[in-house]
Design a protein around this ligand. Structure first.
Ligand SMILES: Nc1ncnc2c1ncn2[C@@H]1O[C@H](COP(=O)(O)OP(=O)(O)OP(=O)(O)O)[C@@H](O)[C@H]1O
Length: 138
């Protein structure tokens, strides 16, 4: 499955869109088990991040960062497993111009976080499933 983030009204920069497109092309090539692991890891990241935002000083299970190490920002939510570092810009080598390459077709269905459409590659006719995410929900 692929994901198209451009539906969101608060797209901040092109690199972010590129990252999402690249991640989703990778996702398209994963096996069912890999997709499940990807989703689990993704939602774990969101839960961790949202917990840290809500309770920055709370007594959660994440150990506090070492004090006064150096001037670098804290990395308490460091990724532990998985191959796609959510929130970081990663170059997968795929083109970012999704809408140049694909046209969006009919709606296939929807989940909690967005709607899934058929997308057709404009030059070779390949059909893929594209998930359009509302960024306010992730
Ligand atoms: N490759 C596909 N081919 C046909 N239909 C698909 C495809 N992928 C998804 N769909 C349809 O889109 C619906 C939503 O898919 P999606 O993967 O977003 O579900 P989900 O994982 O439950 O969503 P969420 O994670 O947002 O809760 C599916 O129930 C299915 O009907």
């Amino acid at each position: 499955m692929s994901v198209d983030s451009s539906h969101s009204s608060n797209v901040r920069h092109v690199s972010s869109e590129k990252l999402v497109n690249n991640i989703l092309v990778e996702f398209d090539q994963m096996s069912a088990i890999q997709r499940i692991n990807f989703k689990l890891e993704y939602f774990r990241e969101i839960a961790l991040d949202s917990n840290n935002k809500k309770n920055p000083k709370s007594n959660n299970k994440t150990p506090p960062p070492p004090e006064n190490n150096n001037d670098k920002p804290s990395t308490t939510t460091k990724r532990r497993t998985g191959s796609v570092p959510c929130g970081k810009r990663t170059e997968f080598g795929y083109a970012k111009d999704f809408h140049e390459q694909y046209s969006i077709g009919k709606l296939l269905g929807h989940g909690q976080f967005g709607y899934t459409y058929v997308a057709i590659h404009k030059s070779n006719g390949d059909r893929v499933a594209v998930k359009r995410l509302d960024k306010s929900k992730v």
